[in-house]
Design a protein around this ligand. Structure first.
Ligand code: FMN
Length: 261
C-alpha cells in the first residue's frame, strides 16, 4: 500500500474477527516501523509488549475493561501494551556522539562530540533528565511517534487497529516483568477487521484552514483544489462517513457478536 493510501485508510477499528489470528511476521513489521520512528537523541523511548488474547488470564482482561473498551478487548486477538521508558536519557550523550561519528550530525550544522559533552548534555539534556515532568512530557511525544508508525504499519498489513486506555497496568506489571522505569501509555488492539476496512467512511475532520496557518496564526492555510483532487485520487482523502449502510453494518455485526445494538 502506498503511504497516502495507508494514511487515508487508517481509522480506529473496534470490531475484530476473533477467530483469525495475526501472523507473527506482521507483528515484526509493525515493531520495525515503530523502531524507525524519528526520535530525539536517537534514544529508546518506546517499549512494547505484544500478547495474544488467548494467552491472557480472564482476570487480567477483566482488569483492563472499561465500558467502551470491553467489546474490543473480547474481539481483538492481539494486544500491544505500549510503555514509555523513563530511563531513556541514560546513554543519550553517547548516542548523539555515535551520530556524530556516523556523519549524521555534522560540523556543517554545529555538531561535534565536544558540543555534546560540554554543552548539550550538561546544559540541556541532563536538566531534562533530572526533571521527571520534563522527562515524561518529552517522552510521551516520542512514544506517540512510534505508535503512529505502528498504527500505519498495521493498516499497511491489512489489519485493523485502535488505541485504548491502558488501565490497571499494575495488574500486568508482575506478569510481564515490567521494569519500574516503564510507565504505561496506551493499549493497542490489533486484528483482522470484522467490519469493512472503510469502517463506515473517513472520520469527520475540520478543514485544513481550521488547524493550519500560513505566515501567521490568523491566516488559515488555503487549500489548492487541484491538490485536494489529487489526494482523493491517491486515497489520502476518502469518502466521508457515515456510509448509508453503516448503521445496518454496525447493527448486524453487533448481533453476530451478541453485543448491544
Ligand atoms: C491516543 C489515543 C487514545 C485513544 N483511546 C481510545 C479509547 O480508549 N477508546 C476508544 O474507543 N478509542 C480510542 N481512541 C480512538 C479515537 O477515539 C479515534 O481517534 C476516533 O474514533 C476517530 O479517529 P480515527 O478513527 O481516525 O482514529 C484513541 C485514539 C488515540 C489517538
Amino acid at each position: 500500500m502506498e503511504f497516502k493510501e495507508a494514511a487515508g485508510t487508517r481509522r480506529s477499528i473496534r470490531f475484530f474477527r476473533p477467530w483469525q489470528p495475526v501472523e507473527r511476521e506482521k507483528i515484526q513489521k509493525i515493531f520495525e516501523a515503530a523502531n524507525r520512528s524519528s526520535r530525539s537523541m536517537n534514544a529508546d523511548y518506546a517499549k512494547a509488549i505484544v500478547v495474544r488474547r488467548s494467552e491472557l488470564p480472564a482476570e487480567t482482561i477483566d482488569a483492563l475493561r472499561n465500558p467502551t473498551t470491553t467489546a474490543s478487548l473480547d474481539l481483538a486477538p492481539v494486544y500491544i501494551f505500549w510503555y514509555l521508558d523513563m530511563d531513556y536519557p541514560n546513554g543519550g550523550a553517547d548516542r548523539l556522539k555515535e551520530l556524530v561519528e556516523n556523519h549524521v550530525l555534522t560540523p556543517s550544522h554545529g555538531w561535534s562530540k565536544a558540543y555534546v559533552d560540554e554543552f548539550l548534555w550538561p546544559q540541556v539534556l541532563k536538566p531534562i533528565a533530572d526533571n521527571q515532568m520534563a522527562t515524561m512530557f518529552m517522552g510521551t511525544i516520542e512514544v506517540g511517534q512510534a505508535i503512529a508508525n505502528a498504527l500505519l504499519a498495521a493498516v499497511d498489513e491489512g489489519l485493523g487497529t485502535c488505541l485504548h486506555a491502558f488501565t490497571a497496568a499494575d495488574k500486568v506489571k508482575d506478569m510481564f516483568h515490567v521494569p519500574d522505569s516503564w510507565i504505561p501509555i496506551w493499549l493497542q488492539l490489533l486484528g483482522y477487521p470484522a467490519e469493512e476496512a472503510a469502517a463506515g467512511g473517513q472520520r469527520p475532520r475540520r478543514p485544513l484552514s481550521a488547524n493550519f496557518f500560513e505566515g501567521s496564526a490568523d491566516k488559515p492555510f488555503e487549500e489548492d483544489a487541484e491538490v485536494t483532487e489529487s489526494l482523493k485520487r491517491d486515497k489520502l482523502i476518502q469518502d466521508p462517513g457515515p456510509f448509508p449502510h453503516r448503521e445496518m453494518e454496525v447493527k448486524m455485526i453487533s448481533r453476530m457478536f451478541g453485543l448491544p445494538e
